[in-house]
Design a protein around this ligand. Structure first.
Ligand SMILES: [Zn+2]
Length: 483
């Protein structure tokens, strides 16, 4: 036989074999439906009670305003918390640092590394005009609690505190110390979390785990998913703000020259948008995520995600094309968000600038990414200035004992749900706690519907009362069974 034909037959044979292995694997990993009752149930009365508690917390407009802000609303919230959670305020040691609060619940053995549950007290403004309920009414209607902060993230703070409140009433004492930590300026990156971390460091405390808001329980983690998904953020991208300034000769707009500052800035923006200048990589945390959700996907997604050993190169090319969300998982992103030129429509600016927000992935450092943009900007005679920013967080080990324990809790409280580590493209306060623990886990054990998710930092934020009640029971289960 012709050697060329033999070679071709061998190649075809190898491809068929690889595909057959991939198909067999995809069939064998399919998630089996899990029957079973949740180990944490709640009564309709409890659901109603939790909804009322959350409503009271929403009524205090703890809007984060940034540097030098007036903290009076936060002090009002602390007074409301004292009313709502009397057991906590009687039994736990509360420390307040510039509006940020941390509670210590002494366990049986304080020499063990403590657990820390966290969230934030502040909310973003609610200036949108199309709210159906007043954003600070805390209205309870249609099985939901409405208002700014209902989801992000007073439901987390409420569920954690309600769990501790109930355990105290039941006379439960945890094995190790438990801390509850709530900064008051997460939304403006105001440094509250750093102050709480410093407080722990000054006491020489290392935590076994810090659990913050983050991935929630969602329906459509991916198109074609067969179950709800509990996603735990094990890493978060870094954030960088950069200013790009183009200078030129100003003048009257009636006789414009070529290459004005805005023309160069525009060409630069198009250049960056058209060809992504950053590395596109399926990093380890994304790999964990894709392989964990694969068993819950239908064909052909299960075939591809369940066989990353074969399809990773293909996915690396395809993911940026799927959706902006999928793209953000595999590359650093940059988007231009602010800008200014001259002060009048008929005046050519002698200087114009744009500000960009970059979300830095784990595959590249922020300095490397800024340098890439600086080089492109220089081609258009544009100056680059790094305003502020930080790298992606450390990756918490998805195989750690704490992660295994969290997985078991999810399996017990939410049987049959997909559980997966998750690569967070947004930011939380949790990254600061990397200084005092190896396990920064970002998980909100509360179901969030797609429409609720869309209302995050937008009008008509709400959360389901049954979802909140399940969240309370989850934290209770988590604390009660943690060794
Ligand atoms: Zn938040």
């Amino acid at each position: 036989m012709n050697p060329l034909v033999i070679a071709l037959l061998i190649i075809v044979g190898i491809i068929v074999l690889l595909l057959a292995i991939a198909v067999i694997r995809a069939v064998s990993i399919k998630a089996k439906p899990v029957e079973g009752e949740s180990k944490a149930v709640f009564t309709p009365e409890e659901e109603e009670k939790y909804a009322r508690v959350l409503s009271e917390m929403i009524k205090v407009p703890t809007i984060s305003k940034g540097e030098g802000e007036d903290k009076s609303e936060f002090y009002k919230l602390h007074a409301v918390l004292r009313e709502l959670f009397p057991n906590i305020h009687e039994s736990l040691e509360m420390t307040e640092i510039d509006g940020n609060i941390i509670y210590r619940w002494q366990g049986k053995d304080s020499s063990l590394d403590p657990i820390l549950l966290m969230g934030h007290q502040d909310v973003v403004p609610a200036a949108e005009t199309d709210w159906k309920h007043d954003p600070f009414s805390g209205d309870i209607e249609g099985g939901c609690i409405h208002g700014r902060g209902a989801m992000d993230c007073k439901c987390t703070v409420m569920a954690e505190m309600a769990a501790v409140e109930e355990l105290l009433a039941e006379g439960f004492v945890p094995e190790r110390d438990v801390y509850l930590a709530y900064a008051c300026n997460e939304e403006t990156s105001g440094g509250g979390a750093q102050k709480l971390v410093k407080y722990l460091q000054d006491k020489g405390i290392r935590l076994c785990v810090a659990m913050d808001e983050g991935g929630a329980i969602v329906d459509d983690a991916m198109p074609g998913m067969s179950s709800k998904c509990a996603a735990v953020g094990i890493v978060e991208k870094g954030t960088v703000n950069i200013k790009f300034t183009a200078k030129g000769k100003g003048g009257h707009s009636s006789t414009p020259p070529k290459n004005t500052p805005f023309a160069r800035l525009s060409a630069f923006v198009c250049d960056v948008e058209k060809k992504n200048p950053f590395k596109t990589v399926i990093t380890t945390p994304v790999k964990y995520m894709l392989s964990n959700i694969a068993p819950y996907l239908s064909f052909p997604m299960r075939l591809i995600f369940g066989n990353l050993w074969l399809f990773k190169p293909l996915l690396t090319v395809l993911m940026p094309k799927f959706s902006p969300g999928a793209r953000a998982f595999v590359t650093t992103t940059v988007v231009f968000t602010m800008g200014e030129g001259s002060k009048a429509p008929n005046v050519i600016p002698d200087e114009a600038y744009l500000i960009a927000n970059m979300r830095v992935g784990t595959q590249q450092s922020k300095d490397e990414c800024v340098e890439i943009l600086r080089k492109i900007a220089a081609k258009y005679d544009i100056e680059t200035e790094l305003l502020k920013g930080f790298n992606a967080s450390r990756i918490s080990d998805p195989g750690s004992d704490e992660m295994k324990y969290l997985k078991q809790c999810v399996a017990d409280v939410f049987p049959g749900y997909c559980f997966t580590p998750y690569y967070m493209c947004g930011g939380t306060d949790c990254r600061h706690y990397g200084a005092v623990t190896d396990n920064c886990l970002r998980f909100t054990p509360v179901y969030i519907s797609p429409s609720q998710m869309a209302a995050m930092h937008a009008a008509n934020e709400s959360i389901g009362s049954a979802a909140v009640a399940a969240g309370v029971k989850f934290y209770k289960y988590f604390l009660r069974n943690h060794k």
